[in-house]
Design a protein around this ligand. Structure first.
Ligand code: ADP
Ligand code: MG
Length: 458
């Protein structure tokens, strides 16, 4: 693999770049990294690796594609290599990821690091054979990488015990909570609750309230490593927005973008699973190699599609937010939001599937009337730094929606309450000539917001 090291945020001290060994990493591991073309730590790695090796709990936030996986894997492997285990039987390190695809990717990266050592690792995902997992767990692996639901199932059945766990890591911790796995996280936390446990939380977007509340239970005097705010612009990702009148218009724009010469691989995000199928059909009919990946496919099929995409066997992956987090595919040059995500954080993660490891990427978002509320939320989250572009021959009529009119019924009620004690009535103002009815125009000068349809959940 080739990395664009010049553009990566490599930590420099004067003119001198750090080496992994200077962070406390064993030369054997450093050699293993060199085989992968990784010679110098990124910023997050330079901060997190020594902090984790020193035994601190960590709450770490850095941009998409900045190398967070190695920032937690390296100190974990280092620990298992060098320190005596607390328990002979229980796993020493547990890594929890929100989706099967991400857990699989983290597991693969771990396998590369531990190749040629006697360290063992097992993957425990939903959708795979439970009994096979029990058998694998009985072999007392050092590492377990899994998704929260299935891990909790094994804990309930006692096929997994965590009383000797030394290191608990949550990758994309906020997404794990967003997906509703709070109870499973609490269960893991309680069953691995002893004084010596160390816990690490990583994401590009940890700074929201739900994470704060839970991290108070999970972490003990954590070191905060906040290298960028979750709403900070990613300098390697060019963001472009295009207004679209309706579905046909979006499809015409989509076709225009995917056939451009500079598109390597491309990920298209849609709001619903049904749309992944429909667009896949549509693009294949037009001669593009596209495949749909959605959460309702069998686990085997999901892995097969991701594997084929990572081998560049096809060009376009169409998916929902099931693939918005963590997936690292360096040949993805373009991300297209066919629909905008409901939550601004997911926008940050979706576009972060490109522009990774110092490479440049383009994120295109199609904004129709239904996307308008999401657009407003994302724009506010990113402090307004989003611009609209147009494609010659594909400019529509839609120019955005205006804000909702203030609720007049509520206004009246408020007036009544405020009327005590009675004040002298003001003289009615002289009637103005009737102007055409117009809701207040927002800063963009667009039309009023209309009720949005609830998007399907993943
Ligand atoms: P994040 O979790 O922050 O989104 P990843 O851990 O997935 O980022 O890493 C993004 C890409 O950068 C991966 O392809 C990874 O192999 C590569 N990478 C990680 N660390 C380094 C490094 N120190 N030097 C060069 N490339 C790196
Ligand atoms: Mg990651």
């Amino acid at each position: 693999m080739r990395y664009n090291e010049q553009d990566l945020q490599i930590l420099l001290i004067g003119d001198y770049a750090l080496h992994f060994t200077e962070l406390g990493i064993d030369t054997r591991l450093e050699k293993q990294l060199a085989h992968q073309g990784i010679t110098q730590p990124t910023d997050i790695q330079a901060h997190a690796v020594p902090t984790a090796i020193a035994g601190h709990d960590i709450f770490a936030q850095s941009k998409t594609g900045s190398g967070k996986t190695l920032a937690f894997l390296l100190p974990a492997v280092q620990r298992v290599m060098k320190q005596k285990a607390l328990s002979k039987r229980d796993p020493r390190v547990l890594i929890v990821a929100p989706t099967r695809e991400l857990a699989t990717q983290v597991y693969s990266q771990l396998r590369l690091l531990i190749a040629g050592t006697n360290i063992s690792a097992v993957k425990v995902l939903g959708g795979e054979n439970f009994n096979d997992q029990i058998k694998a767990l009985r072999k007392d692996p050092h590492f377990i990488v899994g998704t929260p639901g299935r891990l909790a199932d094994h804990l309930s059945q006692r096929s997994l015990q965590l009383s000797g766990l030394e290191l608990l890591i949550f990758d994309e911790a906020d997404r794990i909570l967003d997906l509703g796995f709070t109870d499973q996280v609490k269960m893991i936390n309680e069953l691995a609750d002893h004084r010596l446990r160390q816990t690490l939380l990583f994401s590009a977007t940890l700074d929201h309230a739900q994470v704060d509340a839970l991290s108070r239970n999970l972490l003990r005097s954590p070191k905060q490593i906040l290298l960028s705010a979750s709403n900070e612009q990613h300098s390697d990702i060019t963001q472009q927005l295009y207004l679209a009148d309706h579905l046909d218009h979006k499809e015409a724009l989509l076709e225009h973008f995917v056939k451009q010469d500079n598109v390597g691989q491309c990920i298209i995000f849609t709001a619903t699973r049904a749309d992944t199928q429909r667009l896949s059909q549509l693009l294949n009919d037009k001669g593009f190699k596209a495949q749909a990946l959605a959460g309702d496919l069998t686990q085997a099929k999901r892995l097969e599609i991701m594997d084929a995409f990572s081998r560049e066997n096809f060009k376009i992956l169409i998916t929902t937010d099931v693939a918005s987090r963590g997936l690292d595919l360096l040949s993805v040059t373009h991300v297209i939001n066919f629909d905008l995500p409901k939550h601004a954080e997911e926008y940050v993660h979706r576009i972060g599937r490109t522009g990774r490891a110092g490479f440049k990427g383009t994120a295109i978002s199609l904004v129709g009337p239904k996307d308008w509320p999401s657009y407003k939320a994302i724009k506010a989250f990113l402090n307004d730094e989003l611009s609209f572009f147009t494609v010659d021959g594909l400019v529509g009529k839609f120019k955005g929606l205006r804000e909702k009119k203030p609720n007049t019924v509520w206004k009246k009620a408020e007036k009544k309450v405020a009327a005590k004690p009675a004040k002298p009535k003001r003289k009615a103002a002289p009637k103005k000539p009737k102007a055409p009815i117009q809701a207040p125009i927002d800063v963009d000068g667009f039309a009023p917001m209309r009720r949005k349809k609830k998007p399907e959940q993943e």
